[in-house]
Design a protein around this ligand. Structure first.
Ligand code: NAD
Length: 257
């Protein structure tokens, strides 16, 4: 039985994660963290488990083997640092971690011996999209990423879009070369790959990679129609994180093993 602490447990992802984890025979939710538990008329917990308003209180009261972090870009770093420092293997799903923050979490994980797993996107199709885009970058010079998310998403561009662009630029043999033009409407320039963010009510998580060649173009698209699409990846990470040899970023590193 793996004891799991869910952070951001009253959010859309956190609540679904808590319910999904609680429904597994080999997993158990031992604690839920969300600042909304601190208010008198706060919403009820999504599953039957001890609820805490902050990570410090949860770590002092319950013993978890794995923490799953689905809070917000502003809190994901401090929360993950705290769980890793307490020796709790940490699966980070919340996006918005900067490179320095990621390096800080890796350092903390190495120091405490807890394992860190970070996935900007837990959907299988999104992981495959990134892999196909990476392959295409060896053959084409020009690519743009359009990510489309629900209106309330706090960070832009999405972690998946940034990672897609970086994978395309960094793959061995990449031919990616930027096109000139610095108008804001040309999007964020990630070393030659322009990234555009769309925010609209009704969307969940969607991404297109448009690749242009000589008299041809290739479009790769993935759509998550509901948050349920992320749950198989979350469960895989919860079950595998303790056996990782080191900190790992990206669901692709857990697939096919
Ligand atoms: N990796 C993935 O596959 C994936 C998929 C969807 C969303 N996300 C990311 O997950 C995060 C959460 O998304 P959401 O749609 O559930 O957001 P949400 O706004 O519905 O939920 C966030 C929750 O975090 C809580 N919170 C705020 N501060 C906190 C703190 N200090 N400690 C603990 N909890 C705190 C909020 O009260 C809220 O209940 C976002 O960063 C989003 O981009 C990742």
């Amino acid at each position: 039985m793996i004891d799991v602490l869910v952070i951001g447990a009253l959010g859309k992802m956190g609540a679904l994660t808590a319910q999904t984890v609680a429904a597994q025979e080999d997993l158990r939710v031992v604690g839920l963290v969300d600042p909304k538990f601190g208010s008198a008329e706060g919403p009820p917990p999504p599953v039957d488990a001890s609820a805490f308003a902050d990570v410090g209180a949860a770590l002092a009261a319950v013993r978890a083997e794995v923490a799953v972090e689905f809070s917000l870009p502003a809190s994901v770093y401090a929360n993950s640092l705290a769980t890793l420092a307490a020796g709790v293997h940490t699966v980070v799903g919340a996006t918005g971690l900067g490179d320095e923050q990621l390096a800080g979490l890796r350092e903390q994980a190495a120091a405490s011996g807890a394992r860190l797993f970070v996935a900007p996107n837990f959907a299988l199709g999104a992981v495959l999209l990134m892999e196909f885009a990476r392959q295409a970058a060896r053959h084409y010079e020009h690519a743009e990423v359009i990510e489309l998310h629900e209106a309330s998403k706090k960070d832009a561009p999405s972690g998946t879009a940034l990672r897609t662009a970086r994978l395309m630029v960094e793959v061995e043999g990449s031919r990616i070369a930027g096109l000139p033009g610095d108008a804001p409407s040309r999007g964020l320039d990630v070393d030659g790959v322009r990234v555009h963010s769309v925010r609209l009510p009704g969307l969940v998580a969607h991404q297109e990679v448009l690749i242009g060649g000589e008299n041809e173009s290739l479009t790769i698209r993935h759509d998550s129609y509901s948050r349920a699409s992320f749950m198989p990846g979350v469960l895989l990470a919860v079950r595998r994180v303790s056996s990782l040899k080191d900190s790992v970023v990206g669901l692709e590193n857990l697939l096919g093993e």
